[in-house]
Design a binder for this molecule. Structure first.
Ligand code: ATP
Ligand code: MG
Length: 623
């Protein structure tokens, strides 16, 4: 779709970057300035003007989605001509190297899902209390392990955010042992192994150096130390390393990315050329202005000039709502009117800070039959372990007295009922209570549990969840658990609030449970939809939308605690959150809606400081 004549429309700075000849070069520029475009045009330049064979060109980036998108953009530019240029992620390229050298097969590489499964086993083994923690805390643990490996950190000096130091160290070590024992490697090992291979075997390295004589890398601010070390080896001896990036969009520090490596590029390569691009072609003037105001509040940054092309899209639309219910209703009604005004659904994106935000919205979209696509996997509210506890209570109240269900609830909160109570052949609470005639205190505990369950069974879903939380005391149990395990209490309570408010939409348990299975079914269908024929409103985390652009963008729940996230206590963390919000805003081409709420799940909420910051520029920061 991209007209070939666009080449002539490149501005003079872009043209200079595109026609860079040899040696290292850095393109440092803001969002929408054509960095990715410059890469695709440069590939063509290398092939058509400089006579480089396509198979000697390596275009490398971080996510598969980004690599695919770049390949598509390039093929459009070449009018569908297929050329053997390599487009890959760091992992896919480095895996190819390992496969050649060690004959690894793909089954030995464990992906995110298997890593999480392994990690959940390992952490339960090291710290039994972690067994019931959900996917989210495991994902965080995994990020930390990645950061340690990819930043080549010394584990003995590492300070963990998710668990006490010695627990983390032990989990890390047991995890590593398990990998060795099962003869598998994870994504981060791929990098270390590749680095070791290149360092030890000059013959192998030089083979790959001859293969990839021109290397182009997008989103370079996300690179971690190990990826960089390997890239430097690979680029030798010519160092035809062309990198593009924007330090203001560095949002992967928590995974070990080191944006300062990009800013230090010219120290690493003293002869490197630097190209600056200063025109944002993507967004309307007002959006650019607001985003620049925001980012000017960061102190640690390389300041870049950026101007727009005079596109008028109207002002940034700010909105504040009593609660998320009203907020999501408004988003839906806007989506419908954009649609009526002739926009395609896929031109609209809703970008959220965390997955929690997306779930309710997905439910609403399904209800109104609006097609949508999700960019990253949104963990389901109903799959969270706290939801699981609540469902176990409800199931028990509905008469399911199976051992798994009862074991799950007897001591949440603690009732001093021993698990061994369920070890005999008797399972129903009736029978068990009768068994304990001799120990009246135990019989009493079981009787009180039965009364609780009976009460739950008589209530509506909404009341039942409330009863379990407040009267039975599940909330209190959860708070204690969170404290003991260093988890975020608010995040967990929020899941319960969300679950309870979801329950409020159904009259009976049966209706609620049947909605859940429909929801799961719909999500499964969504996942199976191939990436190619994706249609519908885009629902994504901000991280998942990096590098992409949409005519209409909604940013819901722009409140303190959400963005900046409650975890971001230190100012460096707030700066990262600000960059994240900057990335979010700069995805929008024409219409940007920034919404906040006054109350989130029963608690009053404060509008994010970022909403104020977009209104005026702060001129102290930057360098
Ligand atoms: P990000 O930092 O978000 O990754 P980017 O710098 O990679 O942004 P691109 O995605 O390459 O920016 O370009 C942004 C948009 O501007 C694209 O739609 C692109 O086609 C358009 N664009 C870039 N340069 C020009 C130009 N010279 N003339 C017209 N359109 C342009
Ligand atoms: Mg880009």
């Amino acid at each position: 779709k991209q007209p070939l004549s666009e080449q002539s429309q490149l501005n003079s700075y872009q043209k200079m970057a595109v026609s860079h000849k040899e040696g290292p070069a850095l393109v440092l520029a803001g969002p929408g300035s054509g960095k990715t475009l410059v890469i695709t045009h440069r590939i063509r330049m290398l092939i058509e003007e400089y006579g480089v064979a396509p198979e000697h060109i390596l275009v490398i980036t971080f996510t598969r989605a980004a690599a695919t998108q770049m390949k598509t953009r390039f093929e459009e530019l070449m009018e569908g001509q297929h050329l053997p240029v390599t487009f890959g992620t760091f992992h896919s390229v480095y895996f190819r190297v390992l496969k050649h050298a060690y004959h690894y097969d793909a089954s030995q590489i464990i992906g995110e899902e298997r890593r999480l499964r392994l990690l959940s086993e390992v952490s339960a083994q090291v710290e039994p209390a972690m067994a019931e923690e959900g996917i989210e805390s495991l994902q965080e643990l995994l990020s930390e392990i990645s950061a340690v490996k990819s930043d080549m950190l010394d584990i003995s000096h590492y300070y963990s955010r998710t668990c006490p130091e010695d627990t983390f160290r032990e989990i890390y070590q047991v995890y590593e042992e398990r990998l060795r024992k099962e003869q598998v490697i994870d994504f981060d090992d791929m990098l270390s192994l590749c680095f070791e291979l290149f360092s030890a075997r000059k013959d192998i390295l030089s083979g790959w150096q001859r293969k990839y004589q021109y290397i182009l890398c997008d989103e370079f601010q996300d690179i971690n130390r190990l990826q960089y070390e390997i890239l430097k080896l690979l680029a030798l001896p010519e160092n035809n390393l062309f990198i593009v990036g924007d330090d203001d969009q560095a949002i992967y520090r928590f995974r070990g990315a080191r944006p300062e490596l990009m800013l230090g590029f010219e120290k690493e390569y003293p002869g490197a050329d630097r190209y600056l691009l200063a025109v944002n072609y993507r967004s309307s003037e007002k959006i650019i202005q607001a985003a620049e105001n925001l980012i000017s509040h960061n102190k640690v940054r390389f300041r870049k000039e950026i101007s727009g092309t005079g596109k008028d899209g109207g002002p940034v639309i700010l909105g504040s709502f009593p609660g998320t219910g009203e907020e999501y209703e408004r988003i839906l009604s806007h989506i419908r009117s954009y649609r009526e005004a002739g926009r395609a659904y896929e031109e609209i994106a809703v970008l959220v800070r965390t997955n929690t935000g997306a779930r309710k919205l997905l439910g609403k979209l399904m209800e109104y039959n609006i097609p949508f696509q999700t960019r990253d996997t949104v963990p389901c509210l109903y799959d969270h372990w706290t939801s699981g506890d609540i469902f176990a209570y409800i199931r028990a109240a509905m008469g399911d007295e199976s051992r798994t269900v009862l074991l799950r609830i007897i001591n949440k909160p603690c009732r001093y009922i021993s698990r061994t109570v369920f070890s005999g052949s008797k399972v129903s609470l009736d029978e068990i209570e009768a068994m304990y005639e001799e120990k009246p205190w135990m019989a009493e505990r079981i009787r009180s549990l039965r009364e609780d369950l009976r009460a739950v069974g008589r209530l509506s879903p909404y009341q039942a969840v409330g009863y379990i939380r407040k009267t039975i005391g599940y909330d209190g149990y959860l708070k204690g658990y969170a404290k003991e395990r260093h988890l975020e209490e608010n995040g967990l309570l929020e899941i319960l609030e969300e679950l309870q408010s979801d329950a409020g939409e159904y009259k009976t348990f049966a209706a609620w449970f049947s909605h859940m299975s429909e929801y799961r079914e719909e999500m499964r269908r969504q996942r199976e939809n191939s990436a190619a024929d994706r249609r519908g409103v885009v629902i994504s985390t901000i991280h998942g939308a990096k590098g992409l652009e949409y005519p209409v963008v909604f940013l819901p729940d722009v409140n303190e605690q959400v963005i900046p996230h409650e975890k971001a206590g230190l100012s460096a963390d707030v700066e990262e959150e600000r960059r994240l919000f900057y990335v979010a805003m700069t995805r929008a081409k024409e219409k940007l809606h920034i919404y906040s709420v006054k109350e989130r799940y029963g608690k009053s909420a404060v509008v994010s400081r970022f909403v104020d910051e977009i209104k005026s520029r702060k001129d102290t920061g930057g360098s």
